[in-house]
Design a protein around this ligand. Structure first.
Ligand code: TNX
Length: 546
């Protein structure tokens, strides 16, 4: 009797364990705030419908993010149904989106993936969009293909998910001045940002080596400033420099800019243009030398680094920059214009009669205060256009412009100082966020890079909020960003190599709650993401993979 009882008990235990064993895996990066695994799977087929609660364009973009992938890869002809008056009740084989106004974070969503349906709740289209990206990552990697994939079961594992971002600002900066990417490539990167729930694309559009945005009032910016005659070959050296004597450059027409911005909007990415001032201005000065202290002449630079010729703070310079900004604000609907502000040597100002007179007349202490005057004057103009400025942390020197947001790159100190002064901050310290730095210690096995060492694990460990801040100050930390400077990165395949998969690590640093982060667990989930990259034909780096 006892034996039979024991046997029955054992069977029950085995059955119980078998029932609990969930073979589902969830390869989602960034990791959702909360995910409860469930057994079973939902399988998309030709009859799966996406139901949306409102008819507005953003809601369509959110649903289309999934629909487009399904249409391109599965060969099904799935459809979207609008449910404005609530006639369609949740039912079988639906991706059922329901507005829930109690979800206050616009980017948050709740999702339950069940065997016969998927239900999503969010307070705004952005939340639904991120739910769709989660589904995209849970689907087989073939979902990324743009041609019909055969013999694939389009299954996603069951789960209940409650997800929201840790920070509202999750960014990537791309330098298209030192080397250029055409508009199609930029769109490709923006889609990959959205895949990882990154929502800001900082577009570095002007620098010493090229001006990349058409400004109708100043046609020479496209004719002259967008092109250089030579480019440094190999590493930066002080003697014996060699140049490739070849015309190099390019620019975006305003039409192309509008296209990219519209594309980004569909992917819930806000584009932030950067127009550098007062430094990193040689390309503009090559076309308009009268904006400098010396009068030139200048050539668009083919060398990297920091250059002494910068904008001279005279009336004609402010008129030029205001006219440029007036065209720029029309192209970018986001709230921010980035005005650079970094690495501006003061040598020319020190030797310039006009600048020194200005310092005296305005009662400024020194040339740092002149830079601050420059930035503050431009901020006033930009604010009058209904926009806010972001500047690199050098804009702290000589006093911050009253409403400026600071992008802290030389460590986190600039950001800490700005937050303590009550200013908003975006953290992008070189030691965690510079994707132009080497990703392996073995430099010989890597393509030539500017230097540094930022392996994926370092990016992963990035915490945008310094411990030294009080809760009130910490609320000024809007989020974090990685930067891809392009002195040594000429091709799109090389851009991909530097971005991926370190961008995945960034996404988790800025999305996932700090106490949910775990590098080993991330590396397991990353294996699934890499299969998606493969299906996207992305040339990702394997330097930090085992
Ligand atoms: C510093 S970060 C720069 C860039 C360079 C970069 C190279 C910043 C505001 N300025 O001009 O491209 O270093 O890593």
């Amino acid at each position: 009797m006892k034996r039979i009882f024991l046997f029955v008990m054992m069977c029950a235990t085995v059955a119980c364990v078998a029932a609990q064993t969930n073979t589902n895996t969830y390869h989602i990066v960034p990791k959702p705030a909360k995910l409860k695994p469930q057994q079973g799977q939902f399988v998309f087929d030709a009859d799966t419908r996406i139901i949306v609660p409102t008819d507005d364009i953003d809601m369509h973009h959110a649903a289309f993010a999934l629909l487009e992938r399904l249409l391109l890869s599965t060969g099904f002809s799935n459809t979207i149904a609008v449910n404005t008056n609530g006639d369609i009740k949740p039912g079988k084989n639906m991706v059922y989106c329901k507005l829930n106004t109690s979800i206050s974070n616009k980017e948050a969503y709740k999702m339950s993936i069940e065997k016969d349906r998927i239900e999503i709740e969010a307070g705004a289209p952005a939340g639904f969009f991120y739910a769709m990206q989660t589904i995209r990552q849970l689907l087989p990697p073939e979902i990324e293909r743009n041609v019909r994939a055969k013999d694939v079961t389009w299954a996603v594992p069951c789960a209940t998910i409650e997800d929201e971002p840790r920070y509202p600002y999750r960014g990537l900066m791309l330098d298209v001045c030192r080397h250029f990417s055409d508009a199609a490539s930029v769109k490709h990167y923006i889609d990959k940002l959205a895949f990882h729930k990154i929502n800001r694309f900082h577009w570095h559009l002007t620098d010493d080596q090229g001006w990349r945005i058409e400004i109708k009032k100043y046609p020479k910016l496209a004719e002259v400033s967008a092109w250089r005659d030579r480019t440094l070959i190999g590493p930066y050296v002080t003697t014996g420099r060699k140049y490739k004597q070849e015309r190099y450059g390019g620019f975006y027409t305003q039409e192309q800019i509008k296209e990219v911005v519209a594309y980004a909007k569909k992917k819930f990415v806000t584009v932030i243009p950067e127009i550098e001032m007062p430094g990193h201005a040689v390309a503009a000065l090559a076309a308009y030398p009268e904006l400098s202290c010396t009068g030139g002449p200048f050539e668009v630079e083919g060398l990297w680094g920091i250059f002494n010729d910068v904008y001279c703070p005279r009336d004609n310079t402010f008129e030029f920059l205001e006219n440029v900004i007036s065209e720029v604000v029309e192209l970018f609907p986001g709230e921010y214009i980035h005005i650079g502000g970094d690495e501006c040597p003061k040598l020319r100002w020190q030797n310039c009669h006009h600048c020194q007179t200005m310092i005296k007349e305005l009662g400024l202490k020194d040339d740092h205060e002149l830079q601050s005057y420059f930035v503050t004057r431009m901020e006033k103009f930009i604010n009058s256009k209904g926009k806010r400025i972001i500047g690199w942390d050098e804009i702290l020197e000589g006093g911050l412009a009253p409403n400026a947001t600071v992008m802290s790159w030389r460590g986190q100190e600039g950001g800490i100082a700005a937050a303590k002064q009550g200013h908003d901050v975006i953290m992008t310290p070189t030691s965690f966020c510079y994707l132009d730095y080497y990703q392996s210690e073995d430099r010989d096995r890597e393509p030539l890079s500017i230097g540094g060492y930022v392996p994926m694990e370092k990016v992963y460990s990035f915490d945008p909020t310094p411990e030294t801040l009080t809760d009130k100050e910490a609320r000024h930390i809007l989020g974090g960003q990685c930067n891809l400077w392009r002195e040594y990165i000429a091709t799109e395949t090389h851009v991909e190599y530097m971005l991926f998969p370190r961008l995945a690590a960034l996404s988790e640093a800025v999305w996932t709650p700090g106490n949910e982060k775990n590098y080993d667990n991330y590396m397991i989930r990353l294996t699934g993401i890499l299969k998606h990259y493969d299906a996207m034909n992305i040339n990702y780096s394997r330097s930090n993979l085992k």
